[in-house]
Design a protein around this ligand. Structure first.
Ligand code: ADP
Ligand code: ZN
Ligand code: ZN
Length: 746
């Protein structure tokens, strides 16, 4: 296999000597492939076009990423590319460079990276641009028209005459009057000639509609300070409590930034969960707002891509992969909820869209705004060190007050099916006062385990080292790790006694609430209720309309909703995150609590938040309640520094899985030995260690953790080490991957 270092290309110069095309193909190989230009082609249009090439017995579409004078292959072995599919690049130049950089940084096969940035229909060869052909009569055609014997072909004659009179017509116009065969014949004989021009490439006009709010002084100052530096790269961390008016700030700076014939990119964690944000953009900008997310059909995706690439879309709002949208006139990037884990792709090409957004802004020389009520510790550290500019919105505008938070000690207050007495009373009071209530629990299903009181048997997943979750409504046991399903056993599979559902999932919480508050309409939002298309929207609608008074849900609830009537949030179980092994677990917990809490009291009604816990004296909870997220973050950063975790170190995780656990272990040990043999003193390679779920879907899983102080040494080390790992023989069916800047390390 080719070393990863071959992923950097020579300076691109197109001369008569440089005839080798370097093509990135959508294959898992960490290299580019060399081809000669298509025979009979004189000019190579540009880097970044799509090329059709022979590959073994197939034909593949790749991206032209370089041109070289020489190939490592002998001249006789080089094949010719079959065809250039574009006459202009299908990436804007900044994104073209960004993708190459990303392939190197994440050590991912370059062809897969370039493919990931295109809609599927473009990867499979559909035209990138809407083309219009204009046909004219040629000199030969005029001569033909004058020839008397031509009358024997009246159709052809008629078209020539018609076109001579009109001077030019599109193929579509011609086909309205003549048979396509006639057009074809005349073209073949050279009597008419077509010229292809693109659909208009100008930016769509855009009006900012009235309806903006009068900014608060704090908002106005932030807008002004970001706009003052809008013509150059800079990262702006907008740290504003939930409901403080961050979105209003985005709208203002975008309006100003794109006014001068430019485009903006807005990244959000999940579109389905934030219809209100898209709505606000659509209401503020007259046209030209394109939305890109995973729920689109191929065709919708291609249309959005074309709109962005041609300038018809002035604002693109999208999830993670939208960071690669071609936007030739990009003037500003916004990353909303920048801390959100969904910005990191967790399989295949494991990029962070937030980090790539920053790189893209740097490449384009434009500002990027990272907004959050709970910024990641990385971003806070970047702000503290002056690399990012920090902007604070510590208060909600107008009457809205921050919610009152309290801890409920579950050891003193026994709970009934997960609800403590104070929580039940509070729900009752808020409902009676006309408020809505959110009940948060980050576990879907009915109960996380099915347990035998007599012998201790717990329903296991047959394929994982994990328990099955009971889903009562679906009448199934489901494994949340591999997706396996099984019928619910009537009795203990070990001793035959009756079984007990232990613990709480959202489904059970909903049932309990229905029993405690029989006259109160409920809604539930989690991955089980949201799986059908449109069902998220209908749940959100029921909450907005006030029809549902209690909303039960998982972390899907935390993302940016705005429910004006919610006055109480109950967090049923804060303890899941307190003692987890992952170094980011407490950061996640603090973010989740703060975000859920932020759903309470967003307008005139004051909000209240109750957090149930077995450990009310835990310093993390204490600090969060008493001093807020910022104070929590400061102390969490101190812990990270002491333990040398990111952002005070750099990590990469080599994950591997195989059915043969011994072979897996040998592979990882050999890989670790290869790393130690490289003699890079600044690099620590830890492991092999088993993954938290040590067996999933019948595969054993383990990893090596690479740790170092500096990005540059990590990059250099990976560049040397991964080719060695590539060359190792592993057990049959071995799969491994490298995750640079992993979010989770277990
Ligand atoms: P965030 O994005 O920080 O959650 P939003 O921009 O959604 O905050 O604002 C929260 C609420 O405050 C919304 O109802 C919004 O209309 C309102 N709001 C925002 N800015 C102002 C302002 N300058 N004056 C009055 N209300 C505002
Ligand atoms: Zn039993
Ligand atoms: Zn499983």
């Amino acid at each position: 296999m080719t070393p990863a270092s071959q992923q950097s290309y020579p300076q691109i110069l197109w001369t008569n000597e440089s005839r080798i095309l370097q093509v990135a193909l959508d294959t898992p190989l960490r290299r580019v492939f060399d081809y000669l230009p298509p025979t009979r082609t004189r000019d190579v249009p540009a880097l970044g076009i799509r090329v059709l090439v022979p590959f073994g017995r197939q034909r593949l579409i790749g991206i032209l990423v370089g041109i070289a004078a020489e190939s490592a292959l002998p001249a006789g072995k080089l094949k010719s590319a079959l065809e250039f599919l574009d006459d202009r690049p299908v990436y804007d130049p900044v994104t073209f460079d960004l993708l190459r950089w990303a392939a190197e940084y994440y050590h991912h096969p370059i062809g897969e990276v370039y493919a990931a940035a295109l809609p599927v229909s473009l990867r499979t060869g559909q035209t990138a641009f809407s083309k219009i052909e204009h046909w004219r009569v040629t000199e030969a055609g005029r001569e033909q028209l004058a020839r008397p014997e031509a009358r024997r072909a009246p159709q052809q004659q008629a078209l020539l005459a018609w076109l001579t009179e009109r001077q030019s017509a599109t193929a579509k116009e011609i086909r309205e009057t003549f048979k396509p065969a006639v057009l074809k014949t005349l073209a073949e004989r050279g009597w008419i000639a077509g010229q292809v021009s693109e659909s208009p490439g100008e930016l769509a006009s855009l009006a900012v509609l009235p309806g903006g709010l009068a900014l608060t002084p704090a908002q106005a100052q932030i807008v002004e300070s970001i706009l003052a530096t809008r013509s150059r790269f800079g990262v702006h961390l907008l740290f504003g409590v939930t409901g403080s008016g961050k979105t209003e700030v985005y709208l203002r700076i975008i309006a100003a930034a794109i006014e001068q014939q430019a485009q903006a990119l807005v990244l959000v964690p999940e579109i389905a969960l934030t219809p209100q944000l898209v709505d606000r953009f659509r209401r503020r900008f007259s046209a030209g707002v394109a939305v890109v997310h995973s729920g689109l059909t191929d065709r919708e995706r291609r249309d959005a891509w074309r709109a962005a690439h041609s300038g018809q879309a002035r604002i693109v709002i999208g999830t993670r992969s939208a960071v690669f949208t071609s936007l030739p006139k990009l003037a500003l990037i916004v990353v909303d909820e920048e801390h959100d884990a969904s910005y990191k792709q967790q399989e295949g090409f494991r990029y962070s869209a937030r980090d790539l957004a920053v790189m893209r802004a740097r490449g384009a020389g434009v500002p990027v705004v990272l907004g959050s009520a709970t910024p990641s510790l990385e971003s806070l550290d970047n702000a503290a060190s002056g690399r990012y500019a920090m902007h604070l919105l510590p208060q909600r505008p107008g009457a809205a007050q921050p919610p009152r938070m309290s801890l409920v000690d579950l050891r003193r207050h026994p709970s009934e099916q997960g609800f403590s007495t104070p929580a039940i009373q509070a729900i009752d009071q808020h409902l009676k006062a006309g408020g809505q209530v959110i009940v948060f629990l980050n576990r879907r299903g009915y109960a996380p385990s099915l347990f035998c009181n007599a012998c201790g048997w717990v329903a296991p997943c047959a394929h994982c080292d994990a328990r099955m979750t009971l889903h009562r409504r679906a009448l199934k046991l489901r494994c949340h790790h591999c997706g396996a399903q099984a019928p619910i056993p009537a009795i203990c599979q070990s001793c035959g006694q009756a079984l007990l559902a232990v613990g709480q999932g959202t489904e059970r919480v909903e049932e309990t609430l229905a029993r405690l508050f029989p006259d109160t309409p409920l809604a539930r939002l989690d991955r089980d209720t949201a799986s059908a298309r449109g069902s998220i929207q209908s749940v959100l609608d029921r909450v907005h309309s006030g029809d549902a008074r209690i909303l039960v849900g998982t972390q899907m609830l935390t993302k940016g909703h705005h429910f004006p009537e919610v006055t109480l949030v109950v967090i049923l179980d804060a303890d899941q995150g307190l003692f987890a092994s992952d170094f980011r677990a407490t950061e996640r917990l603090a973010q989740t609590i703060t975000q859920v809490a932020g759903r309470a009291g967003r307008e005139a009604r004051p909000g209240e938040v109750m957090i149930q816990t077995q450990f009310p004296e835990h310093p993390l909870l204490q600090r969060l309640i008493a001093e807020g997220y910022e104070s929590f973050a400061a102390s969490a950063l101190e812990e990270r520094r002491a333990a040398e975790w990111p952002p005070y170190s750099r990590l990469a995780l080599l994950r591997a899985e195989a059915k043969d656990s011994l072979g897996l272990d040998t592979f990882l040990r050999t890989a670790a030995a290869a790393a130690h043999g490289l003699d890079e003193p600044s690099i620590k390679v830890l492991g092999p260690a088993a993954a938290l779920i040590a067996r999933r879907a019948d595969h054993f899983r383990a990893h090596l953790l690479v740790e170092t102080a500096a990005r540059s040494s990590l990059q250099r080390f990976l560049g040397r080490w991964l080719p060695l790992v590539d060359a190792l023989a592993g057990p049959p069916g071995l799969r491994w991957s490298i995750d640079v800047d992993p979010l989770e390390v277990d």
